[in-house]
Design a binder for this molecule. Sequence first.
Ligand SMILES: Cc1cc2nc3c(=O)[nH]c(=O)nc-3n(C[C@H](O)[C@H](O)[C@H](O)COP(=O)(O)O)c2cc1C
Length: 192
Amino acid sequence: MDATACSTLFAWIDREVWLVTAAAGNRRGGLIATFVSEASIVPAMPRMLVGIARQHHTGELIRASGVLTLHLLSEANVELVWRFGLQSGRDRDKFEGLEVEQSPSGCPVLHETIGWLECRVETSLDIGDRTLYLAGVVEGKVSHFAPPLTSKRLMELAPPHLLAEMKRQRHLDSYRDAECIRQWREEHGVAM
Ligand SMILES: Cc1cc2nc3c(=O)[nH]c(=O)nc-3n(C[C@H](O)[C@H](O)[C@H](O)COP(=O)(O)O)c2cc1C
């Protein structure tokens, strides 16, 4: 496998940055995700595909409730990335001090973002390091018209200490993910 080819091609890819929220019982949580994609071209049947690492607190809430809400972020929302993307919600309420409403299914909703889509999980696939959720959009609202924040622009906006922290966490996650993928391939008889 040509790792340089991969990293060269991946360097061209720029993804939108999303805030994913979920709630179950009296617990609520949220994380930042770039693994979010439209999964249907039928205007009346919008579906989304979302990849969430299995160890995340927000993933637990999605598994428990079967519902998630996707918020598209703009540059003005960059502070939300540091709040939701660099620490676990297991030990603290990441929404503290924010103006939070509830979606019809009870997910936390932040109107300061470009807009949000509430999605109900139709099916999920465990791929070792992540769970892929295919979810149908059941509700949504646009609050602000602004260009979306992308992962490349996020790197430019990040102050040096937060950029270093993002890279550190990504590095650690990739070690854990590698082990999970190896195990998954073994269990599923996938030889690479
Ligand atoms: C720019 C960026 C993109 C990320 N993309 C994803 C993603 O697509 N899927 C994922 O599971 N985690 C992703 N993360 C990591 C989670 O947002 C992060 O680990 C978070 O703290 C998990 O929170 P939780 O444990 O409270 O759910 C991303 C983080 C950043 C900063």
